[in-house]
Design a protein around this ligand. Structure first.
Ligand code: FAD
Length: 489
């Protein structure tokens, strides 16, 4: 098949998909196949990056001694890369990651182009929402019943595990983890019917569901908007703080992992090394990562670079495509008690009020409105150093129209920023697994606008795959892992 035909096929797949994402609802057309740039040097600071001690690891390891060799090199310090470090620590400690005889510590290094966690994770909408029923029929039609159940199971698994770790670590409050539930706002009767059909399909498939249905009157009385809605379980969180704590957990869980972090260290190239180690106490060194600070020699490489993956893996250009999203932090005009703690998706975007005292007026994090940008809908850009005015205008006006008693018309946001998502031909179906034909390289990337309830589990799968390879056995698919996510599919 010619390259052009493949592109047409990918465009067809992308436009055929209608499952809405937490992070994005606007049109997506895959019309670029240029490799992504490296992350922009001067990005718009997000709400999450501000404030005292918001990013204590921001510049960690950016100067001083440099790590020139590691068993596992993780490129990218967002939710995926940091989760991988966390899972490595636990697998090594629990004896689930084999070390060669005589080797006492696994060496891992995280290389980050900019500040720690300054990619999509550090600039997203903060919703940790496992979809409950939305899109079930579509997913079942595409992948079959078993995979549809897994497609939803991975989100439930990731988010409940993330909440458990934060609670057990005693840092759930300090990362503002709120189990406030999630509301899908429905503005037409057709939307209500669609969700009922998804609900029926999910129940028929045997999925356990936790859904409360609200009439327009009930929504108005409870949430201040005369629309229909459903409420399902869901969390919101300060993502950068969560990832910082997760990194600290990874670094303190075990003595058997020597974990290093080098921020402001972009990897510019991955090259094969002909030299294989004869040392029986170490893994064979296969790849050299080029950085402005020197080379790092690695046995395994994990591409946790999401939207930027095709910079180092140019053959993925057009398969993982950068798409820019925009977010504002807007002060509500009513107290937290009136806004309640739920997060929302509906209309042009997604939003949630930040946790504050009941009588305080919260900042609301609100993102979306990408369709206001017009073609090509922010597809193909890695510029998170500027914002789109047309998108910003819609973000400013939407909430006051929908909830006139809770938001003031014309109020300027306290902060506005952009971030780069990674979309795949099937929009929100990531690539997870070995990078085909590059022995020892793995990838987990391309979650669309909905990576928070997936990246953690996908990184766990990658660590399991590497461990299985080292033990010379087949990797066992976890019950929550959808096969369509796997690079082997
Ligand atoms: C505006 C916006 C809003 C969103 N809202 C939500 C939401 O509310 N809920 C949700 O579930 N999802 C949301 N998402 C999606 C979610 O944030 C992502 O899917 C998720 O954070 C991806 O995590 P990651 O670690 O794979 O990628 P990233 O967080 O992007 O991390 C990749 C890292 O790799 C680094 N990097 C890239 N190339 C190199 C290189 N060559 N060398 C070294 N480092 C490199 C980058 O600097 C970056 O820090 C949103 C995304 C955006 C942009």
């Amino acid at each position: 098949m010619s390259r052009y035909c493949i592109l047409l096929l990918l465009v067809g797949l992308a436009s055929a998909l209608t499952v809405p994402l937490a992070g994005e609802q606007a049109p997506f057309r895959l019309d670029t196949n240029a490799p992504a740039d490296l992350p922009y040097e001067h990005s718009t600071p997000s709400f999450w990056m501000l404030g005292p001690n918001a990013n204590p690891l921001a510049e960690a390891g950016s100067t001083g001694a440099f790590t020139d060799a590691a068993d596992v090199c993780i490129v990218g310090s967002g939710m995926t890369g940091t989760s991988a470090a966390y899972h490595l620590a636990n697998a090594v400690e629990g004896g689930r990651f084999p070390l060669p005889e005589g080797k006492e510590r696994l060496r891992a290094v995280v290389l980050e182009a900019r500040d720690f966690c300054s990619g999509a994770t550090g600039r997203n909408g903060g919703n940790l929402t496992p979809f409950e029923i939305r899109g079930f029929r579509e997913v079942e039609k595409r992948f079959g019943r078993e995979e549809a159940l897994r497609y939803f199971a991975i989100e439930h698994y990731s988010s409940t595990e993330m909440a458990r770790i934060a609670r057990e670590g005693g840092w759930a409050d300090s990362v503002d983890l709120v189990e406030g539930g999630h509301v899908d706002l429905l503005q037409t009767e057709e939307q209500v019917d669609e969700l009922w059909a998804d609900f029926d399909a999910a129940v028929a498939a045997g999925k356990s569901t936790n859904v409360s249905w609200f009439s327009r009157e009930e929504m108005n009385a409870t949430y201040g908007t005369y629309n229909w809605g459903i409420r399902t379980p869901g969390y919101n969180v300060w993502p950068l703080k969560f990832v910082t704590e997760l990194f600290k957990e990874a670094n303190s869980t075990t003595d058997k992992l020597d974990l290093r972090l080098h921020t402001q260290t972009p990897v510019t190239k991955v090259s094969p090394l002909s030299l294989h180690s004869e040392d029986k106490t170490s893994f064979p060194t296969r790849w050299a990562l080029s950085t402005p600070r020197g080379e790092v020699h690695c046995s395994y490489v994990l591409h946790a670079t999401n939207a930027y993956a095709s910079h180092l893996l140019p053959h993925l250009a057009g398969s993982i495509v950068p798409v820019r999203g925009q977010v504002v932090a807007l002060r509500a005009s009513a107290p937290a008690s009136a806004l309640t703690k739920v997060s929302w998706i509906g209309g042009v975007g997604y939003w949630f009020p930040r946790p504050v005292e009941e009588d305080e007026r919260p900042i609301v994090i609100f993102g979306g409105a990408r369709d206001a940008a017009g073609p090509p809908f922010e597809v193909g850009t890695t510029d998170d150093g500027s914002v789109n005015e047309a998108v910003g205008k819609v973000l400013r006006g939407f909430l006051s129209t929908l909830f006139p008693t809770l938001y003031e018309e014309g109020r300027e946001p306290e902060r506005e920023w952009t971030g780069i998502m990674g979309y795949t031909p099937e929009r929100d179906v990531p690539f997870v697994g070995p990078v085909l034909k590059y022995e020892g390289q793995f990838i987990s990337a391309g979650y669309g606008g909905h990576g928070m309830p997936r990246a953690y589990a996908c990184a766990e799968a990658i660590v399991g795959m590497i461990a299985a390879e080292l033990e010379g056995r087949d990797w066992v698919l976890p019950e929550w892992m959808p096969r369509p996510f796997l690079t082997s599919s």
